[in-house]
Design a protein around this ligand. Structure first.
Ligand code: NAD
Length: 478
């Protein structure tokens, strides 16, 4: 049985209250770990430590900060792979291919963030007064609260932690209560890589009694949250009351638009990957699929066949696409919304029930009502909602029929249709010829509408986690 301790002020410590909470392996539903449960007092200490850490870390030379991030990447490659794989599989129910992807992406993110350390550019700008000079200096903000979700608990956390660190900030991490152990591993790797320990702290616990005290703390200067839109709204409102910046990466209900020139079988294979990978527990999963009427029937047949051929629930098999949902509540939500959609007129083409434990069958709903929860809400499960469109105009309208705007996919070979859809679909990303979840450490990840505010990745993160200062100088002597 694993034990998880808080990481505060350079030490691994129990919560001041002595309380712990259990973390479950979603596949076996057995206890995976007991973890110290942080409350207000622990948060207080972690923020005080980060304030100290900020002074030390931000004072280091760029090459020293760069070296720490590169070393962390190297440590993962040299010694961390197997251990991290096991944790991702056992703690978050990741299939081995998804876990491997996450680890490789984590290494990539750390190296990309290391590259940003030397690109914290300022600038000068013209001044009408010849005796005056104006410049812009870019500074780190201070202490960043990093609040992460459970679905990609290593790579998303790395993205949210490494770029603020690259810019010279200190961090306090609050990982998902479902996946704290992998976060503690990442923080430990950063400590081993030589970061001043006060610059990276971890408080484990729940949203209300640990996340909220952290994001509301008067000495937290900036917030990076990846989570549901509901949490994002609460955290964002609290942040604006204190006038601190919050970069919010929230929920999604991404559409795949399949146009009439597309091979329906190929399109179904792409869409199946886009919705069923990690059981649809991906913010950018293409959970809504809009298909040209000319190929609708063939597409539906092919998607059913693709769904029924998937290998699920065998986490350590390289052929497995997904395992369990994270907990019973998640299964109940998916099942309830699928049943409701069917009772409101949708056809259930395949799936619609639990296979075993928390593993839900790949599910295809055809023609759910546009008012149904299955079409409108983020299910975060392996459920594709498929509808047809008469033409590209209606296709784009249906793709935009959502409160979310995180990502989208357009499947066509016609460049004009692709560019038009890319321009008119209201989302933070549009991927042509691919499904809707794509990753690139340099890309600006983020969304419109309820999908959040701000962008993260490469230089875009630098914009979020640095503060600009205008400095002007009088050059004349008198
Ligand atoms: P969640 O909102 O339940 O929790 C996210 C984190 O916020 C957790 O650490 C949680 O403890 C914390 N939290 C909850 N309430 C809080 C509060 N009041 N104050 C401060 N912290 C609080 O999300 P989840 O269920 O862990 O993750 C799934 C969600 O994350 C989905 O909606 C998914 O779309 C979204 N997500 C978005 C992206 C993206 O890039 N846009 C990426 C991954 C996941």
């Amino acid at each position: 049985m694993r034990q998880g301790l808080l990481m505060i002020g350079g030490n691994k410590v129990a919560a001041q209250s002595g309380e712990t909470f259990a973390v479950f392996n979603p596949d076996t539903q057995q206890v995976f770990a007991h973890v110290a449960r942080a409350g207000v007092n622990d948060v207080e200490q972690a923020v005080a430590s980060a304030q100290k850490g900020f002074k030390q870390w931000s004072a280091l030379a760029p090459k020293e900060r760069e070296q720490v991030l590169l070393k962390a990447a190297e440590l993962i490659e040299a010694q961390g792979m197997e251990r991290l794989l096991d944790i991702l599989i056992d703690e978050s129910g990741s299939a081995i291919t998804k876990a491997t992807f996450e680890i490789n992406y984590t290494v990539d993110l750390l190296r990309t963030a290391a590259g940003e350390v030397r690109r914290l550019y300022g600038e000068t700008f013209p001044n009408d007064n010849p005796n005056r000079m104006s410049m812009v200096m870019r500074n780190p903000i201070g202490v960043v609260a990093v609040v992460s979700p459970y679905n990609a608990p290593l790579s998303l956390l790395t993205k949210m932690a490494a770029f603020p660190l690259a810019a010279g900030n200190a961090i306090v991490i609050k990982p998902s209560e479902e996946t704290p152990i992998i976060a503690l591993e990442l923080a430990d790797i950063l400590w081993q890589a030589g970061i001043p320990k006060d610059a990276v702290n971890v408080v484990c616990g729940f949203g209300e009694d640990c996340g909220a005290p952290l994001t509301n703390h008067k000495d937290v200067d900036c917030i990076a949250l990846t989570g549901s839109s509901q949490t994002g709204i609460a955290v964002g409102q609290a942040a604006i009351k204190r006038m601190v910046r919050a970069q919010l990466e929230l929920g999604g209900k991404s559409a795949a638009l399949v146009l009439k020139d597309m091979d329906p079988v190929k399109a179904a294979q792409i869409v199946a990957q886009g919705i069923f990978t990690h059981a649809g527990q991906i913010c950018m999963a293409n959970s809504r699929v809009v298909v040209a009427k000319e190929i609708f029937e063939q597409f539906c047949r092919a998607l059913k066949a693709a769904a029924e051929s998937l290998i699920i629930g065998e986490l350590r098999s390289p052929a497995c696409i997904y395992g369990p949902l994270i907990n019973q509540k998640a299964v109940d939500k998916v099942d309830t919304l699928v049943r409701q959609a069917v009772s409101e007129g949708a056809s259930l083409l395949t799936g619609g029930k639990v296979k075993r434990g928390l593993v839900y069958e790949p599910t295809v709903l055809v023609n759910p009502s546009r008012e149904s929860g299955a079409w409108r809400e983020e299910l975060f499960g392996p459920v594709a909602c498929v509808v047809s469109c008469d033409d590209i105009d209606q296709g784009i309208e249906l793709a935009n029929d959502s409160d979310y705007g995180l990502s989208a996919s357009v499947l066509t070979k016609n460049i004009a249709w692709a560019m038009r859809a890319a321009k008119e679909i209201d989302a933070g990303a549009v991927h042509v010829g691919m499904h809707s979840f794509q990753s690139n450490a340099l890309a600006p990840i983020g969304g419109s509408k309820l999908s959040g505010i701000g962008r993260s990745g490469g230089a875009y993160s630098t914009e979020e986690f640095t503060e600009l200062k205008w400095i002007s100088i009088e050059l004349s002597d008198d």
